[in-house]
Design a protein around this ligand. Sequence first.
Ligand code: LLP
Length: 430
Amino acid sequence: SPGFAYRDGELHVEDVPLSAIAAEAGTPAYVYSTAELRANWRAYADAFDLDGPGGRDVAVCYALKANSNLAVIRTLTALGAGADVVSVGEMQRALVAGIPADRIVFSGVGKTRDELAAALKAGIHQINVESLPELDLLSAVASGLGLVAPVALRVNPDVDAQTHGKIATGRKEDKFGIDWSQAGAAFARAAALPGLRPLGVAIHIGSQLLKTSPFALAFAKVAELVTDLRAHGIGIERIDLGGGVGVPYREEDIGPDHRAYAQVVRETVGHLGCHITLEPGRSLVASAGVLLSRVVHVKEGLHRRFLVLDAAMNDLIRPSLYDAWHTILPVRQPARGAPLSAMDVVGPVCESGDTFAKGRRLPPMQAGDLVAILTAGAYGAVMASTYNSRPLVPEVLVAGGERAVVRRRPTLEELLAMESVPAWLPPPGS
Ligand code: LLP
């Protein structure tokens, strides 16, 4: 990969040894590679001919939820990305990072009145509406502002994405989108309400899809719906196909490659002449990030061997939440033929779920050694919390030999400064 490789006996991010980052920023820290971000962008750009004539009608709106660091957004938008946002906070980040409002799509199942108003005032490209009550609310808000909302209706195609249950979103029992059987009525309602311009169909069936077949099923259903709506006089001009392809977290994961995915898009909806929006998150950023951590203890229990890290579930929750596999590499390159032994890689948080890996085969490790938890650029830093009063960890962006702390580590004082003890409680020492 262009981002991370062993060189001179040590894991580097581009031209920078990870030990240098640990010395400069401390551990734990997220470290991102610009080269890897570019390569991930290029995969979409090539598959969809984004820089050529074929790409004129395709917009890649990066799903900020995967990694919303301003420097990461800036890197992707400099390459051509728009944004998919799910809160007014994400919209603000997109705008601050320099993404024009007319390249921003607003998704989400529970957008509030204030959020809808902010999006309309900013002049964003599209609001993806997920329910009839939201349609009514948006109509009222837009009419009140004297504006017309560009609307796509997110429909639920009832397709199983064949991914982890917590990140499958397109089955009929999931909370997302308008029920397939109600889609026609919802579009009719949107066309009748004031302040709305219904012009698109949106779907998102789930994340971390490693097969193209669920995409193909869902996109074909969308094509049918668009044809049907047009026959009823509703002029659909845009299709939003939701998140991108899955990524290989381990060697045996072979994802749908971008070209196969683009092929499915062309074959299913290409003939409709619609503008296509894609909302990839994970596949643009996952491989571009590692969580760099230091071994606090090697604990030889009677039954298990534990590698206790200074990173924890609050910094990277994916293994705890989804039983996700993340490859863990020692930063110092192991000697050829070094014996591997099974270890449980854990954090210091007071829960057994604070486990990055169970029985992971690793070379001999000592306290003070550095490890890199790979493929952590997506849904890593953004899902972190301060559980156990552990401050959020810094984020470092590397480009060649250059590196910059793009989010600093807050101090403990800052962590406490948001809280106050009311005067009516007994003072300390009483
Ligand atoms: N569009 C919508 C409407 C979404 O809900 C999502 C992700 C995306 C786009 C981006 O999908 P992607 O290209 O990243 O697959 N925290 C979980 C993933 C949650 C995904 C939620 N929605 C994880 O760590 O696996």
